[in-house]
Design a protein around this ligand. Structure first.
Ligand SMILES: NC(=O)c1ccc[n+]([C@@H]2O[C@H](COP(=O)([O-])OP(=O)(O)OC[C@H]3O[C@@H](n4cnc5c(N)ncnc54)[C@H](O)[C@@H]3O)[C@@H](O)[C@H]2O)c1
Length: 426
């Protein structure tokens, strides 16, 4: 393990925690094209809140020397002398739900410019099987002029972190690894095993490791879609879905999924990667895409349920004051990308209601930029006609929400976390 020097490319939710972890044992450079991100990190601050300030500062160095530690940079010269390149850039979808591999191509171009004989390029971004070897390696070969599996090698190791989760941090989650040859597989595995205390699983090929990751998230998506469908059925029958799930959950092999909004850039996105590849090889995926359709319809469904409850209670809909609790894509995390709370909000607004959004985690300027919506970071002490809890931020549990409701007002709990009597929940 001597002479290992790691460059992590893309310092977001996945790249930064990994770069910080590697930097406890190795000489690491974190590279990102976003200069603002580099500046905040070099000052020891992480706006994604994944790495605490003291933890980050304990590994930071102020120049790219040969010592153990982390230096963050947007200068390609600073990653020249490294021999392991770990790519953790986004893998989004376009407006037609097709995989957008642009960040992977671009970051592969960057690495190709500094690639040397003997180097190993490991991809961590979530992809469909084949992206590493069929899409990224050709870029590396073309620009570097080096030959794959002769001059340089590849690896794949998917990330399983869960933003906002302080228990399952990167070192405590078993990591799947793979290499472009059996020998490289062992090297890649040994690298991760040296820092991941939860251990590693060496998959036989890169395609197996890529497929494993994309099905983990697709499986979650499909399971949540199933309970979302159950919620729609049981609501029509006036049966409490959560009570049904609790009863069914007493069976040893019943899976404990809950209904809800599926947003973010993993569970709601990755199944489209698998679906796209399936179609390319001649199979039209039915279950995977049905799951996506059901989950993508939940925002509208929640809004229509809230409106129905308001009508039932004789609340005038036009100009009704509605408080939305939470706009991030999940609890206790500041990430607002691809949040489905926005579907609920837009649908409620389309009925002519006045919506106030309270989220103590989301940055108002980011929400404004992404969605054109105003948010507040303090709970407004007013009276509302309806309150909709869309995200399970821990702060919401401490509030007496009923005191903010007019008599007969509606309290709708999308997440099923409130212990008080609610008017409705999924
Ligand atoms: N966030 C999660 O919970 C999570 C969990 C598991 C896997 N993943 C996967 O990991 C990958 C990264 O996700 P993320 O959430 O960390 O993304 P992110 O958007 O938080 O961070 C990506 C970073 O990469 C940088 N970047 C973009 N293009 C670049 C380029 N060409 N060169 C250098 N840097 C570049 C961006 O500036 C950004 O800082 C995705 O494939 C995602 O699906 C994410």
């Amino acid at each position: 393990m001597k002479d290992i020097k790691i460059a992590v490319i893309g310092l977001g939710y996945v790249g930064l925690p990994l770069a910080r972890l590697f930097a406890t044992k190795y000489n690491v450079v974190g590279f990102d094209i976003n200069q603002n991100r580099i500046d905040e990190l070099q000052q020891g601050k992480d706006s994604t809140l994944e790495v605490e300030e003291d933890v980050l500062q304990s590994v930071l160095k102020n120049r790219p020397d040969n010592n153990i530690g982390l230096f963050c940079s947007s200068n390609i010269d600073d990653i020249k002398n490294y021999n392991y390149y770990v790519i953790t850039v986004p893998t989004p979808i376009d407006k037609n739900n097709r995989p957008d591999l642009t960040p992977l191509y671009k970051s592969s171009e960057t690495v190709a410019k500094v690639l040397k004989k003997g180097d190993i390029v490991i991809y961590e971004s979530t992809v469909y099987p084949g992206v590493t070897e069929d899409e990224c390696v050709p870029v590396l070969e073309k620009i570097s002029g080096l030959k794959f599996n002769v001059d340089f090698y590849a690896g794949y190791s998917p990330e399983r972190i869960n933003p906002g989760d302080k228990l399952h941090t990167v070192d405590k989650i078993l990591k799947v690894t793979a290499g472009s040859t059996p020998e490289i597989g062992k090297k890649v595995d040994a690298l991760y095993a040296s820092v991941i205390t939860a251990g590693t699983h060496l998959a036989p090929t890169i395609k197996v490791a890529e497929a494993a990751k994309v099905i983990e998230n697709s499986q979650r998506d499909i399971n949540i879609a199933f309970v979302n469908e159950l919620a729609k059925i049981f609501n029509l029958m006036d049966i409490d879905t959560h009570a049904v799930l609790e009863a069914a959950g007493t069976k040893w092999n019943f899976l404990p999924f809950k209904p809800g909004l599926v947003g973010g850039h993993c569970i709601g996105v990755d199944p489209y990667y698998l679906a796209q590849k399936a179609q390319e090889v001649g199979y039209h995926p039915e279950i995977i895409l049905a799951g996506r359709r059901v989950n993508d319809s939940m925002g509208q469904y929640v809004a229509s349920e809230v409106i129905k409850l308001m009508v039932k209670n004789d609340i005038k809909i036009k100009n009704a004051k509605i408080l939305i609790l939470g706009i991030t894509f999940k609890e206790n995390c500041p990430d607002v990308r691809n949040t489905k709370a926005v579907d609920v909000i837009n649908q409620l607004k389309s009925y002519g209601t006045n919506v106030t959004i309270y989220d103590p985690w989301a940055k108002p300027e980011e929400v404004k930029h992404e969605y054109g919506l105003e948010t507040v970071r303090k709970l407004p002490r007013q009276t509302f006609d309806a309150i909709v809890l869309t995200v399970a931020h821990k702060e919401f549990l401490k509030e007496d929400l009923k005191s903010l409701l007019r008599p007969n007002g509606i309290l709708y709990d999308v997440k099923g976390i409130l212990s008080e009597n609610v008017s409705g929940r999924l």
